[in-house]
Structure formats: structure tokens, C-alpha cells
Design a binder for this molecule. Structure first.
Ligand SMILES: C[S@@+](CC[C@H](N)C(=O)[O-])C[C@H]1O[C@@H](n2cnc3c(N)ncnc32)[C@H](O)[C@@H]1O
Length: 359
């Protein structure tokens, strides 16, 4: 599986709750976090339903790079024809491809090979890609290479000297979570929003507590006070939260309402929220400290005001989960205690998910 760089730890936690799936190794191929798993037969679907994962593959082979190793030798060890056949059968079953349509069976699939390597001193990724394409052509002479293609074979050096090859089971739809009806610059990746929402969950309290005056939901009420186009709200709603959204920009309010299909999004200033004390179970937000959006006034004072409003509206033991590169100690109100920090990389920039608990 591939995840946004830095999210592997959180995906691993999510997998720990799923029976029949065991993580055997993790790494990073220079662009994404890579998680290798063993999956009991029949449990593959559970991986395809994970919301914090970008892509799922069925493994074709693993190998180590040795001194003086060459791409054709690595390709031969990574690509076993029998495993390729069973991987393609799994791909056909889950994608519905290659099934008879109007009485006719579709022709041989098209394919492309993607290779990522961490060290290009002795040889480069193009050589590995060519060697793998040659291996596929020898095993399946009727298949044609195209780009885009129906089948994608990826070979990744996911840690120095460690290679894995897989057949991609997913498309971009996996990471887009159904897509957005209204686009707005600076929107968050839905997989990151999903990981943040998962961190806001309170395992002990969920499923039983009715939510004050707003109807009952299983997970509680979640507020994003800087909701932009509503990616976090949409993820929260999909995980059973009731949601409230605020944004200072009216165009964000209408985008959020469309994308999350909720009416409870209003124009408002996160420094002065129109909500009662302890009225939400969690605050989750991607704060405007990026390339697209700035804050009003001095950044340190803005952050301190917004954090103190979030502490005010969040109930005791509720979570405040924020995506922002840095939170200086001076900005944290007494009501919030730092529980966790997860560094990650988004669009090539370093940032972090911060998890606070309301005291
Ligand atoms: C990084 S964007 C959020 C993006 C959002 N997560 C998404 O997926 O579209 C930050 C948002 O904060 C909003 N914002 C800036 N200052 C604000 C304030 N004082 N109160 C509320 N929202 C504010 C901006 O209008 C912007 O939509």
C-alpha cells in the first residue's frame, strides 16, 4: 500500500484494528510511504476500504539488491510469471475487467511499468523499468504497453537495497474518495483528512453518547473552524460524525456545503466562534498557514486566539487535531494538552498533524 509520506504510522494503527491483515515491513520510496502486508484470503476488500491509504497493490515479489546487482537480475527475481497470473486474476475479480461483455470476452490487457529507486549510482530506474517490461513481454507476449494502461506494475525500492513489485489494484478514485463537487485552491488530500478524523475519535465514548440538541450521531459532533472546501467535514461525515463548519470566506462556505452535503456550515471567524462552551466533541482543522491562505494580523497572536477558542468549545477529553507546520508552546492555552505529533510531507513541504486533548 502507498500512503502520504509520514502517514504510515497512522495507517498501521488503523490496520491493527482489522483482523486478518498484518504489516510485515514499511519504508519510503522517496515519494510515498510504503506498507507491506500479509492478508488472509478473502480480506483484500478491507484494504480497499481504508480511507487513509492512497493506493493498494497485490504483491508480485520482493528482493534485496546485492553488490554488483543488475536491473535484469532484479527484474527476474521480482517478477514470477505464476504470481503475475494470480495477481491479474485478483485484479480482474475486483475491477470487473476482462469479464464477458455482450457475449464477448475482452482482449488481452494493456500494461505499463513504474519503477522508483532510491540510489541511481550504478544504474537508473529507467533500466529497471525496461528490464521489468521485458519480463512481462516474455511472460505475456499478447499484452501491449500503453500509457495510461489497464494494468500497472510498480517496482519500488522502499528502503535502501530492498525492492518490492506489485500490481496496482486501485485507481485515482481510491484517494479522491468520490471527488469534490466544488474545487477550491489549497484543498486537503482526502486521505490526510481521513487520518486526522480518525485521530479525533474517542474509542471509549463513541456510539453511546447522544449529541446535545443536534440529533444523535455515533461518533459525536466535530467542528472544522477553518473548513475551506469541506474536505475534513466530508470525511468526518463519512465516519459517522455530526459536523459543524466555519470559514471566514463566504465562497468557502458554499463550497463546503456542496462538497460535504451539509447545511451546518456558516461564515465565521475562528478567533470568535458562535458556539457554546464544551458544545463539540472534537475540533479538526487544516489551518491557513500554507501557500494559499494567510491569517489576519500577527500569526502568533492569531494561533493563540484560535487555539483558545477551540479549547473553549471542545468538551473535556475531546480532541483538537490540527494540520500546521509549527505550533509554538506560547500559543497553547492551559486547557489543551499535547498528546501526539505526526510529521508528514505534503506537496514537497514539511508539516505536521498535532493532536491535543481538552483537559
Ligand atoms: C488551508 S485552508 C483549508 C482547506 C480545507 N481543509 C480544504 O480541504 O479545502 C484554510 C482556510 O482557513 C480560512 N480562514 C482564514 N482565516 C480564518 C479565520 N480567521 N476564521 C475562519 N477561517 C479562516 C481560509 O478562508 C481557508 O479556507
Amino acid at each position: 500500500m502507498l500512503a502520504v509520506p509520514g502517514l504510515a504510522t497512522l495507517v498501521r494503527r488503523e490496520l491493527a484494528d482489522l483482523p486478518g491483515i498484518h504489516v510485515t515491513d514499511t519504508g519510503n520510496d522517496g515519494r510515498a510511504d510504503v506498507l507491506l502486508c500479509e492478508v488472509d484470503p478473502g480480506r483484500e476488500r478491507a484494504l480497499l476500504e481504508l480511507r487513509s491509504v492512497e493506493d493498494v497493490f497485490v504483491e508480485l515479489g520482493r528482493t534485496l539488491r546485492t553488490e554488483g546487482d543488475r536491473p535484469p537480475w532484479i527484474a527476474r527475481r521480482l517478477l514470477r510469471p505464476a504470481r503475475l497470473t494470480s495477481a491479474v486474476n485478483l485484479w480482474r475479480r475486483q475491477s470487473g475487467a476482462g469479464q464477458p461483455r455482450r457475449g464477448r470476452r475482452e482482449g488481452p490487457p494493456t500494461y505499463r511499468v513504474v519503477a522508483r529507486v532510491l540510489q541511481e549510482r550504478a544504474w537508473n530506474r529507467t533500466e529497471l523499468r525496461r528490464a521489468l517490461s521485458g519480463g512481462v513481454a516474455a511472460a505475456e507476449p499478447s499484452w501491449r504497453t500503453t500509457d495510461p494502461a489497464q494494468l500497472e506494475l510498480w517496482a519500488l525500492e522502499y528502503a535502501r537495497g530492498r525492492f518490492v513489485a506489485g500490481l496496482r489494484l486501485t485507481t485515482a478514485a481510491m484517494r479522491q474518495h468520490g471527488g469534490r463537487r466544488s474545487e477550491r485552491p489549497g484543498a486537503l488530500r482526502p486521505t490526510v483528512a481521513a487520518a486526522m478524523v480518525a485521530l479525533a475519535r474517542d474509542p471509549a465514548a463513541r456510539a453511546t453518547r447522544p449529541v446535545r440538541g443536534r440529533g444523535s450521531t455515533s461518533a459525536g459532533m466535530l467542528l472544522d473552524p477553518c473548513c475551506g472546501s469541506g474536505t475534513i467535514l466530508a470525511e468526518a461525515k463519512a465516519s459517522g460524525w455530526g459536523v459543524e463548519g466555519r470559514d471566514i470566506d463566504p465562497s468557502a462556505v458554499s463550497a463546503s456545503r456542496r462538497n460535504a452535503s451539509v447545511a451546518s456550515v456558516h461564515q465565521g471567524d475562528a478567533r470568535e466562534l458562535d458556539l457554546d462552551d464544551a458544545s463539540v466533541d472534537a475540533c479538526v482543522s487544516n489551518l491557513p498557514f500554507g501557500r494559499q491562505y494567510g491569517v489576519q494580523g500577527e500569526p502568533g497572536a492569531w494561533l493563540a486566539d484560535v487555539l483558545s477558542e477551540m479549547a473553549r468549545v471542545t468538551r473535556t477529553a475531546g480532541k483538537v487535531v490540527l494540520l500546521v507546520p509549527d505550533i509554538p508552546k506560547a500559543a497553547i492555552p492551559a486547557g489543551l494538552r499535547l498528546r501526539d505529533r505526526h510529521p508528514l510531507r505534503l506537496l514537497g513541504a514539511s508539516t505536521a498533524i498535532w493532536v491535543y486533548e481538552r483537559r
